[in-house]
Design a protein. Structure first.
Length: 103
């Protein structure tokens, strides 16, 4: 997976917001601008190539106020599908907030 594909689609506003993602974003006070900024300045830190209906990934990025943001998104090379968005938890990720802790 290539973050450039996500960035190109983001520039073109080819983003589908799932109901789940919009609900979580509202609960967590995360805006669409935060998500777009996160994609544009982001990097893929986990890949889920077997996800259905489209391969997806975990993007590490930054909200507009520079808070670290995780974006789970799928892509069919025509659209980005935002699955969920959250602020990473230090209990689940290492200090870099990119590496998932082993259970």
């Amino acid at each position: 997976m290539d973050i450039k594909i996500y960035q190109d689609l983001c520039i073109k506003s080819k983003i589908i917001w799932t109901k789940h993602s919009l609900e979580r974003m509202q609960e967590r006070d995360i805006s669409r601008a935060d998500v777009k900024n996160g994609i544009m300045a982001g990097e893929i830190i986990e890949e889920y190539p077997d996800d259905y209906p489209n391969p997806s990934c975990l993007i590490f990025g930054y909200a507009v106020d520079n808070r670290i943001l995780h974006i789970v998104a799928g892509c069919d090379n025509l659209n980005i599908y935002i699955i969920t968005v959250y602020f990473p938890d230090a209990k689940k990720f290492m200090d870099d907030l990119k590496t998932r802790k082993k259970r």
